[in-house]
Design a protein around this ligand. Sequence first.
Ligand code: ADP
Length: 152
Amino acid sequence: MSKTAIFPGSFDPFTIGHLDIIQRALPLFDTIIVAIGNNREKSCMFSLEERLDNIRRVIKSNPHVEVMTYSGLTTDLCREKGARFILRGVRNLDDYEYERNIADINRTIAPDIETVLLFADPSLSVISSSMVRELNAFGKDITPYLPQTADK
Ligand code: ADP
């Protein structure tokens, strides 16, 4: 049975921290589906389409990674895609509490779907999309935090 993980998130924008989680998770799964959540409550720096296009260009043509957008419950998406794993990253205690809560809820509604958490690489643990958005708003260079795309 092939192992598929959904890596859900806002990815607004997709950072080198997100990419590191994917690269480190690749040996664990046959397929990783990066699923960009359509969260209407969050104000976005990039549109869903821009994020989809950007992540696809970062991932290039890795046959083990898919990128898509979704709305609704992540566990419903797991069922739709035949994924038994939800992949997330943990940078600090705040992330731990947050991820633990979501994992508990998901476990309650879908006990057969396992959340797999990877600790952030220490050199990347200060990087967050919200920090990148903030720096961008103040006109700072955010390129050090963004992965290279195929056309750069
Ligand atoms: P959400 O909006 O659902 O919190 P994000 O796009 O902010 O999603 O992040 C998706 C996942 O990637 C989360 O599990 C988050 O903890 C993780 N993540 C974000 N930045 C990093 C990083 N620098 N290193 C490791 N994991 C990270």
